[in-house]
Design a protein around this ligand. Structure first.
Ligand code: PMP
Length: 352
């Protein structure tokens, strides 16, 4: 605390990101990155962009990436917004589209950046509890609201809603923006992007951090009709006129276009997740059905915090949330097969 701070700073309790350890040799399964590097086309494009051209400002609208994304879904570049990771895209979404007289609705167990943005921008919100099975229920959102945001699959549960459920939510709230945060959608859920043509109130947010293996490059995007994207552009242009640096633009376009790399590594991650799920069940864990690149699991005899600490002592990092209802769970990112074997061996030893 300092007397030099603006008053709002005293009120903030920022999001605490998962640990990024500075020592090597750890099995790092705590922040849902891809265990595989990005497409070699992406690293080559970044290397090619890394030269004299860096003295020049980047292209200010991210047009090449917007065009590449738009082409995938038969959309126009004006229906795509890009930013430094979906975290930055979401920051603009919260400020530009979710701050209304009536409260924003979102699940009470979800991505914990949402309450942070609400505090930062003074957004009224109502947290809607998940049901006993950790599912989001459509009927719970039938209440007065200014906007809705849902992560699909949800985090940290990993549970996905089918596309007809998402469509029903969007159709039931024609006068509210409904944002679907699809950070993990590629690992087993269906994207709502094809619905944006039909619904002027739908915005879909996506990232290249997970299924494209580019968390370090910080690239995310949002897709929606032009009037929604225009709001995000206005916020962005009032904040930083260069959404993505030159390296990020070059790498992201190349990564996006390497469909073969993307599909192969996505399938590898899904296969490892299925193997890990069965093995954890064999060790006595309850594992929630995951459509993401992580699993959310608890053991009846061992609290999550205790297991996370025991794994850490064996140089394996997983995520534990000290929060009501989920404090007995571990969120385990899907690693390589070798990392998964180490994790399972360590858990076998810990559980005796
Ligand atoms: N949404 C959800 C649900 C997430 O879990 C994350 C990753 N922590 C993000 C968005 C942000 O990802 P990024 O900023 O790397 O695109």
């Amino acid at each position: 605390m300092s007397r030099f701070w603006s008053p709002i700073v005293h009120t903030l309790s920022p999001y605490v990101a998962g640990e990024q350890p500075q020592i090597s040799g750890l099995v790092k399964l705590n922040t849902n990155e891809s265990p595989y590097g990005p497409s070699p086309h992406a690293t080559a494009a970044i290397a090619a962009a890394n030269g004299d051209a860096l003295r020049l400002y980047p292209e200010p609208t991210g047009i090449h990436l917007r065009k590449a994304v738009a082409a995938t879904y038969w959309l126009d570049a004006g229906e795509v917004f890009v930013g430094n990771g979906s975290d930055e895209v979401l920051a603009h979404v919260f400020q530009g589209l979710l701050n209304h007289e009536l409260p924003l609705l979102y699940p009470d167990i979800t991505y914990s950046f949402y309450p942070t943005y609400c505090r930062l921008y003074g957004i009224k919100s109502v947290l809607v509890p998940l049901d006993e099975g950790f599912e989001i229920r459509l009927e719970d959102y039938r209440q007065p609201c200014g906007a809705i945001i849902i992560a699909n699959p949800n985090a940290p549960t990993g549970i996905a809603k089918p596309l007809d459920w998402i469509e029903a939510l969007v159709a039931e709230h024609p006068d509210q923006v409904v944002v679907i945060d699809e950070a993990y959608v590629d690992f087993g859920a269906e994207t709502a992007i094809p619905l944006v043509k039909k619904y002027p109130n739908l915005l879909v947010v996506h990232t290249l951090s997970k299924s494209r293996g580019l968390a370090g490059l910080r690239v995310g995007f949002a897709v929606g009709q032009r009037h929604l994207i225009d709001a995000l552009e206005r916020v962005k242009d009032s904040f930083n006129s260069y959404p993505l640096d030159r390296l990020a633009q070059a790498g992201a376009v190349a990564a996006w276009q390497d469909k073969e790399w993307f599909e192969r590594h996505r399938d590898m991650i899904i296969a490892t997740r299925e193997r890990l799920t069965v093995a954890l069940q064999g060790l006595g864990f309850e594992v929630l059905p995951s459509a993401a690149n992580f699993v959310f699991a608890r053991h009846p005899g061992h609290p999550g915090g205790e297991l996370a600490a025991a794994l850490r002592a064996k140089a394996i990092l997983v995520r534990h949330f000290n929060k009501p209802r989920i404090s007995d769970f571990l969120r385990i990112s899907i690693g390589t097969d070798a990392e998964t074997d180490k994790l399972l061996t360590a858990l076998g030893e810990i559980l005796g």
